[in-house]
Ligand binder design. Structure first.
Ligand SMILES: [Zn+2]
Length: 304
């Protein structure tokens, strides 16, 4: 086999905004089985960078759930709330390259300008036209500003393992984007990229709701001179009315008991179709079958 067999490093990175639900379990199952297929490592990272959204006890509850389901993770769990120094260092690195600037525009003022047609919106929200691009950090006495990174008028492409060719032109699609918020919290995009590099992640398997973030993350990887990752974006489970299954839309939480039928359901959703003869009396049987038979590409056929 090729050398990638030994270097595959995947991860599951839930946000502790509530207990584990079926939607995030699907991402855990797919990222886990894909890592196992390549004899890789599978890491767990708690994406608690947005401290205002964290729910007390949710991180522990998520970990109890995945433990009950028999997931075995490698290395210590990484918590983004303990990584602020690393994010600050990355910010400094970008500052030295003159790639970032303080932005004092409020979200409200940008929204009002978008509403009046003065600036436009795209699929990623308001397209920031660079009002503050000439601001200099040394002119500010406090740090009550957001920090934006300058983007290029250039198409960035990547090949998603499930969805094929994707691209965005950040200048046209988002404009310079925020990497540290006005409330001094680091933005999700920066934290993810710094942590993926720190954990030597090579492959990301996650829900398609994060597809739109991928180009911003690839761009940050370039700016910070990190390796570029491979991405596979999974279909989302939706409610009967078409809404994404999530904590916000009232998805049922999973609890901390092994639920074999639910694991089988996740495999079926992922197109893996365990045979009727499979003994479903133990988690171990289901995992053994899944590890022997897992194929990422079956996911696409399940969604046709
Ligand atoms: Zn601004």
């Amino acid at each position: 086999m090729t050398s990638t067999t030994n270097t595959y490093r995947g991860r599951f990175a839930p946000s502790p905004t509530g207990p584990l639900h079926k939607g995030s379990l699907v991402a855990a199952v797919a990222s886990y089985l894909e890592a196992k297929k390549y004899n890789g490592q599978w890491l767990v990272r708690m994406e608690d960078v947005d401290e205002l959204r964290n729910v007390k006890g949710a991180a522990d509850s998520i970990l109890r759930s995945i433990e009950a389901f028999g997931f075995e993770w490698d290395e210590d769990i990484l918590y983004q709330t303990q990584r602020k120094e690393a994010y600050a260092e990355a910010l400094q690195q970008l500052k030295e390259q003159n790639l970032i600037y303080p932005c004092t525009c409020s979200r409200k003022s940008l929204k009002a300008k978008a509403a009046s047609g003065e600036i436009t919106s795209g699929q990623l929200g308001v397209i920031y036209p660079g009002f503050c691009t000439n601001n200099n950090f040394s002119n500010f006495k406090t740090d009550e500003y957001a920090i934006r990174i300058k983007v290029l008028e250039q198409k960035i492409c990547f090949d998603d393992e499930l969805l094929g060719a994707n691209s965005q032109n950040l200048k046209a699609d988002s404009g310079d984007f925020i990497i540290r918020r006005r409330d001094a919290l680091f933005a999700y995009q920066l934290a993810v990229v710094v942590d993926d590099a720190f954990q030597n992640i090579t492959h990301v398997v996650r829900g398609v709701d994060l597809l739109d973030s991928t180009v911003r993350q690839l761009y940050l990887q370039q700016c910070l001179k990190y390796n570029q990752l491979q991405y596979a974006h999974l279909p989302l489970i939706v409610h009967a009315n078409g809404d994404k299954l999530s904590k916000q839309t009232g998805a049922q939480s999973i609890g901390d008991k092994a639920d074999i039928p639910l694991l089988v359901e996740c495999l079926e959703f992922l197109g893996q179709n365990p045979p009727k003869e499979l003994e479903r009396d133990s988690l171990n049987n289901v995992w053994c079958w899944a590890m022997e038979n897992w194929e990422l590409n079956k996911i696409n056929s399940a969604q046709d």
